[in-house]
Write a protein that binds this ligand. Structure first.
Ligand SMILES: Cc1cc2nc3c(=O)[nH]c(=O)nc-3n(C[C@H](O)[C@H](O)[C@H](O)COP(=O)(O)OP(=O)(O)OC[C@H]3O[C@@H](n4cnc5c(N)ncnc54)[C@H](O)[C@@H]3O)c2cc1C
Length: 405
């Protein structure tokens, strides 16, 4: 079982990476611990992913976009940020950004389904599913990947896209900076009486952060609520009717009556940044390299960017007759992806910290930021440029919808 590249993890990033290398002549194995049916028809995990213009174009190029159903594509026209006392209010509009919309919202499971369908059609990718990687060993001319079935795969290069809690990152001895925000984020699709008008809300304060992400149907949104784990446990224990009443109250009934329209999915908030993205014959991509806090909606956007940066480096090496695992080639990927992600990772951690904190100084800072943001033209320009960006490598996508509370 010998391959040019073994990819570990068939999440959206691992799949897109395999797809990006299609037609290159490289033989790939894609190892995923989930069984094939769970990849072909992924379960709804409640996540609605805000994607940038650059990611949308990439998804078109890779064939994923055409595989999405029309009613899976939500339009993010405008965004609104509110502080607890409602006096601070910041609106980011598509008009001001000079675009028809600020971004798109797509269900994560639909992205995964589309990516898997593309990869299934590639003869050069051998899918090894329902199996996890046990260990990795760098040997003279490659890497040996041992599966939990005791089968051994031999590769010239291993690329790990096995989540922010990556076991292979650890097995390769790569350290990572991890920050546990001590909060849990609930994502829940809900129907509501008042139309969302394609406007996303981010509402800070009063010990919680609440957000609303507009979906395709004008009366359906993704509600995103961040609380301390204990408070979240109590909320998750409620029956549907009590949960609906609780969420409508948190929104001060501005959306009318609210009904549960999807599964309740809760995620612990942990940010991760790997100290290195590459090692000998090894590279990290996706959340395994950079696991963002969702507040700025960079996670998958960065993942898509990183996989395409690495794929481009490898394609150039193939075209030049160079080995794909050459340290110079891997280091170029690492340098570019670090430059593209590091400043925003740090800014996001800071922002998430500020908005998590309900002590008076943080409240005052938030109010000042909102007030100044509403008035200052340069500030608005920067945020809007990020929202409507053609590229995600340096531009921030403000994430109305995911924040800590
Ligand atoms: C609530 C929430 C909201 C988000 N919103 C946004 C957003 O608006 N915009 C945005 O850009 N990003 C967002 N993100 C981030 C985005 O979901 C992630 O960045 C993205 O899913 C990362 O994809 P990935 O392929 O790197 O990893 P994953 O999706 O974690 O996939 C990893 C895969 O590897 C497999 N695997 C793990 N270990 C092994 C092993 N040992 N052997 C074999 N297989 C293995 C797993 O089964 C899995 O299929 C959000 C995240 C959350 C939690």
């Amino acid at each position: 079982m010998s391959f040019d590249i073994v990819i570990i993890g068939a999440g959206p990033v691992g799949l897109c990476f395999a797809r990006s290398l299609a037609g290159s002549g490289l033989r790939m194995a894609l190892v995923e611990r989930q069984p094939e049916p769970a990849l072909a028809e992924p379960a709804d995990d409640g996540r609605e992913i805000a994607i940038t213009r650059h990611s949308q174009r990439l998804m078109q190029e890779l064939g994923l976009w055409a595989r999405l159903h029309e009613d899976e594509i939500g339009t993010l026209r405008d965004a609104m940020v509110l502080d607890g006392d409602h006096r601070g209010r910041l609106i980011f509009s598509h008009d001001e950004a000079g675009t028809s919309q600020l971004g798109w919202l797509l269900p994560n499971h639909a992205i995964r389904r589309a990516a898997y369908a593309e990869v299934m059609e590639l003869p050069e990718v051998e899918r090894i599913t329902g199996t996890r990687v046990k260990t990795l060993r760098t040997v003279g001319d490659g890497v040996e990947v041992e599966l939990d079935t005791s089968e051994i795969l031999h590769a010239r290069l291993v690329v790990a896209a096995d989540s922010r809690f990556s076991d292979t990152r650890r097995a390769m001895g790569i350290a990572a900076d991890m920050h546990d925000f001590g909060k849990t984020m609930l994502v829940l699709r809900m129907r509501h009486g008042v139309s969302h008008g394609q406007v996303a809300w981010e509402w800070f304060g009063h010990g919680q952060t609440l957000a609303l992400l507009p979906l395709h149907d004008p009366h359906t949104s993704s509600v995103v609520l961040t609380l301390r784990p204990q408070a979240m446990q109590a909320l998750l224990a409620l029956g549907d009717a009590a949960l609906e009443a609780d969420i409508a109250r948190r929104f001060q009934h501005r959306l009318g009556g609210m009904q549960v329209a999807g599964p309740r999915c809760a995620y612990p908030l942990v940010g991760v940044y790997a100290r290195r993205f590459v090692a000998e014959r090894f590279a990290l991509i996706g959340d395994a390299a950079v696991g963002m806090h969702p507040v700025t909606a960079h996670g998958l956007n960065f993942g898509l960017l990183g996989q395409s940066t690495l794929a481009r480096e490898l394609l150039e090496a193939v075209a030049a007759g160079q080995p794909i695992s050459s340290p110079a080639c891997l280091r170029r990927y690492e340098r570019k992806h670090r430059l593209a992600t590091r400043p925003l990772y740090l800014a996001t951690q800071m922002l998430a910290g500020l908005y998590t904190d309900d002590r008076p100084p943080a409240r005052i800072l938030r109010k000042l930021a909102l007030g100044a943001g509403a008035r200052l033209k340069p500030f608005r320009k920067v945020v809007l440029a990020g929202l409507a960006a053609e590229r995600t490598d340096t531009s921030p996508l403000f994430r109305p919808g995911h924040a800590t509370g």
